[in-house]
Design a protein around this ligand. Structure first.
Ligand SMILES: [Zn+2]
Ligand SMILES: [Zn+2]
Ligand SMILES: [Zn+2]
Length: 615
C-alpha cells in the first residue's frame, strides 16, 4: 500500500524491530482504517459478531496498557476514490465481514463503501468511549498521521501505508505483533535518507514514476529499480522540477546528455576510447611488443631474457589511459540509459501530476492549523456506556467487558498516582496490596500486582470451578490464531482468593509501579534480597525456587463468577446515562438473547433494561 512497485521491500532491510517499551509514554498516531483492516489471518465472520469492534477493543487496550502508548486515532476524510477503493477491497478480504449479502461486483462498490464507513463509525464510537482522541483527516488518514508526526504532535505513526513518508512522517510503525519479543516493526525516514540516499521529495518522485494509490500506472516502462537509480542522480531540491522539465522535453540535463552522445557519433576519431596509448599485444601492458622485447616491460617485472608474460583470460590493464577509457565508456552507457528514461518520461501524457505532488507536499491535512495548540487529551473511559455498547454490539457480558477493561484503568490509575499520590482506589474498588513477583514474558519483565477488593462481595461469592468457561461470551470459544495476540488469558486480570479476601492480579510495567509506589518497590526488592540470602545460607532445605510470596495454607485459587466480581463502580449512574444509548438504537438487532444472569450494575432484569434503552 502506498508507493507501488514493492516499495516496502526496498525499505525492509532498514526496519528496526523495537521492544515492548518503545512507545511507552509516547504519543502515536494510528491510521484507523489500517488498524481495523490489518489482520494476519482472516476472521470467520460466522463466529464473531463484529470483528472490527472486537479488534479495536483489544488492540486499543493492548496499545494503551501493555505498551503504555498514548494513541491518537485518525480517520479518513474523503480519500481519493482510487485509494478508498483499494482500501475497502482489502478490508472486505480480511475483515470477515459477511459479504455474501452484498454483491461483490465492482458495480456495487457504493454499497460496500457504506458498510465500511459504518464499521469505521462504530469503531470511532468505541474509541471515544475509551476516552481516546480521534481526529478526522481532510483526506487521507495517513496524511494527517504524517503531519502530526512531522509537526511533533506525535512520536510515530502506525500505518502500513508507505505514503506516510511522502507526507512527511518521521517514524512509521508498519506492523505491531503483540506477543513477540520485539513487537514493533519501525521505519525511520532518517534511515531511508542515510542508507538509501533518498529524501522525501525523492520518494515523491519515485511514487510518481512507478505509480501509487492515486495513479496506479506511473510511467510506462519504469519500475522501482530504474526509478531509484534515476531520482538519485538529482538533489532533493531539483528532482521535482527536473521531472517537469524532462516531461516538457526542455531539461538541461537532457540536452547536455544528448550533446555528448551527438559528439561521439559525429567524430569517432575524437572519441576517448580511440585515443588511448598503444599496448603490448603479448602482455597487455602499455608500450609495444617490440619495445618490451628490447627493454623488458616494467609492469611484467621480469628480466629481459624472459620477456613479457602472456596476458591471461579476462586481463584488465590498469594504466591511467585504460581506466579513463573505461570510465568514459561507463559514463556514456549511463548517459544513454538516462536519455532513454527521459524519453519515457516525456512520452507519458499528463506527467507529472501536479495535484498529486501538491497533495503530498501540503501540510494541512486536518482541521487545525500549525499555530493552534492542537489539544490532545486522554479521558477516562466511560465504562458504564462501554459495557452497554459492547453488550449491544457483541453480546458480551458486562462483567467480561469490565474485566478486560481493567488493565486500562490500572494504567490510568498508576499514572495518576505517579503524578500526584493520593488516597484513591482503582476503579473505586481496589487498593494496592503488594507486588507479588516479577513476571517474564518474551524476555520482558513486569510486576504482578495484587489488588485488594474493598467492597464486600467476598461473602456472597459463589465458589465454583468451571464458571469462567460458561461465563465467556460465545465468541470466546472460537480459537483463531489472530485472537491469541489479543486474548492471551495470562494478560487478563486474574481473580485470587486468599483467606476470605478477594484479590485481583494484574501485570504492570515496572517503571510505572516504581513511579506510583516507590516504597513498595523498595520493600519488594529488599524482601527478595533477604530471601535470596536465606536461600544461600540454608542450602540444606528444600526450596521451591519461587519468588512468589508465600500464601496462607487456606489460600486457593478459586474461579469466581465474573459477574459477581467485576461489578459496576457506579450502580446508580447507569440510569442517567441511558439517554446516550438512544443513538445506538437506530440499528438495533436483537440477537439471540443469551442466558439471563444477574445483571451487574443494575437490579432491573435485562429485558426491562433493554426496553428502557430502546424505547
Ligand atoms: Zn609486453
Ligand atoms: Zn608487460
Ligand atoms: Zn592500459
Amino acid at each position: 500500500m502506498g508507493v507501488g512497485g514493492k516499495f516496502w521491500d526496498l525499505l525492509k532491510p532498514y526496519a528496526r524491530h523495537e521492544g515492548p517499551d518503545y512507545l511507552r509514554e509516547k504519543r502515536v498516531a494510528v491510521d484507523l482504517s489500517y488498524w481495523i483492516v490489518q489482520h494476519e489471518t482472516a476472521i470467520k465472520a460466522t463466529h464473531v459478531r463484529k470483528p472490527h469492534l472486537r479488534l479495536t477493543f483489544f488492540r486499543t487496550i493492548n496499545l494503551f496498557s501493555k505498551f503504555g502508548a498514548l494513541p491518537v486515532f485518525v480517520v479518513d476524510g474523503t480519500p481519493s476514490s482510487l485509494k478508498s477503493r483499494a482500501r475497502i477491497a482489502r478490508f472486505f478480504r480480511f475483515s470477515g465481514v459477511d459479504v455474501s449479502g452484498l454483491l461483490v461486483a465492482e458495480g456495487v462498490s457504493s454499497e460496500r463503501n457504506k458498510t465500511f464507513l459504518k464499521c469505521v463509525q462504530e469503531c470511532v464510537e468505541l474509541l471515544e468511549l475509551f476516552g481516546m482522541p480521534v481526529l478526522k483527516a481532510n483526506g487521507e488518514a495517513e496524511a494527517l498521521c504524517a503531519q502530526l508526526n512531522a509537526e511533533g504532535h506525535v512520536d510515530a505513526c502506525i500505518t502500513a501505508d508507505s505514503d506516510a513518508f511522502l507526507f512527511g512522517a518521521k517514524c512509521v510503525i508498519k506492523c505491531v505483533k503483540p506477543n513477540t519479543k520485539e513487537p514493533f516493526e519501525c521505519y525511520h525516514i532518517s534511515d531511508v535518507e542515510d542508507c538509501l540516499d533518498l529524501k522525501r521529495k525523492h520518494l515523491i518522485a519515485i511514487s510518481l514514476l512507478v505509480g501509487n494509490d492515486h495513479d496506479l500506472n506511473g510511467v510506462q516502462g519504469i519500475g522501482l529499480e530504474k526509478a531509484l537509480r534515476f531520482v538519485r542522480s538529482f538533489s532533493e531540491d531539483e528532482i521535482l522540477n527536473q521531472l517537469h522539465e524532462i516531461a516538457n522535453g526542455s531539461s538541461p540535463s537532457l540536452q547536455i546528455v544528448s550533446k555528448v552522445v551527438d559528439e561521439i557519433m559525429l567524430c569517432p576519431v575524437a572519441s576517448p576510447a580511440m585515443s588511448k596509448t598503444s599496448h603490448c599485444s603479448l602482455c597487455g601492458h602499455p608500450g609495444s611488443k617490440r619495445a618490451h622485447f628490447k627493454s623488458s616491460c616494467e609492469y611484467c617485472g621480469t628480466s629481459t631474457s624472459q620477456g613479457c608474460t602472456r596476458k591471461g583470460e579476462g586481463f584488465k590493464c590498469n594504466c591511467s589511459s585504460c581506466n579513463k577509457g573505461r570510465k568514459e565508456k561507463e559514463q556514456q552507457k549511463h548517459e544513454n540509459w538516462h536519455v532513454k528514461v527521459c524519453n519515457k518520461i516525456s512520452a507519458e501524457p499528463n506527467f507529472p501530476n501536479d495535484d498529486i505532488i501538491q497533495m503530498y507536499l501540503c501540510n494541512k491535512h486536518g482541521n487545525f492549523t500549525a499555530d493552534d495548540d492542537l489539544c490532545l487529551s486522554w479521558r477516562c473511559p466511560d465504562i458504564d456506556i462501554l459495557v452497554d455498547f459492547m453488550d449491544f454490539h457483541q453480546h458480551w457480558e458486562p462483567s467480561y467487558v469490565r474485566q478486560r477493561m481493567l488493565p486500562m484503568l490500572s494504567t490510568i490509575y498508576l499514572r495518576e498516582m505517579a503524578a500526584k499520590p493520593q488516597k484513591s482506589m482503582l476503579y473505586g474498588q481496589y487498593v494496592f496490596d503488594s507486588i507479588q513477583r516479577v513476571k517474564i514474558r518474551y524476555g520482558h519483565q513486569s510486576y504482578v500486582i495484587r489488588w485488594r477488593k474493598m467492597t464486600s462481595t467476598a461473602g456472597s461469592i459463589i465458589r465454583t470451578n468451571s464458571v469462567e468457561e460458561s461465563d465467556k461470551p460465545q465468541e470466546e470459544i472460537v480459537e483463531i490464531d489472530e485472537f491469541n495476540d489479543h486474548l492471551d488469558e495470562d494478560t487478563a486480570p486474574q481473580i485470587h482468593i486468599d483467606d476470605g479476601c478477594c484479590f485481583l492480579l494484574t501485570d504492570e510495567n515496572m517503571e510505572l509501579i516504581r513511579g506510583a509506589f516507590p516504597e513498595e518497590v523498595e520493600r519488594f526488592l529488599h524482601e527478595k534480597e533477604l530471601k535470596a540470602s536465606k536461600r544461600r545460607k540454608g542450602s540444606g532445605f528444600k526450596n521451591e525456587g519461587s519468588d512468589e510470596k508465600s500464601e496462607s495454607p487456606k489460600s486457593k485459587r478459586v474461579q469466581l463468577k465474573l459477574t459477581e466480581f467485576y461489578q459496576s463502580a457506579k450502580v446508580a449512574a447507569i440510569h442517567t446515562k441511558q439517554g446516550d444509548l438512544a443513538s445506538y438504537s437506530e440499528n438495533q438487532e436483537d440477537g439471540p438473547s443469551k442466558e439471563k444472569k444477574k445483571v451487574s450494575g443494575s437490579n432491573l432484569p435485562k429485558s426491562v433494561r433493554r426496553r428502557l434503552l430502546f424505547m
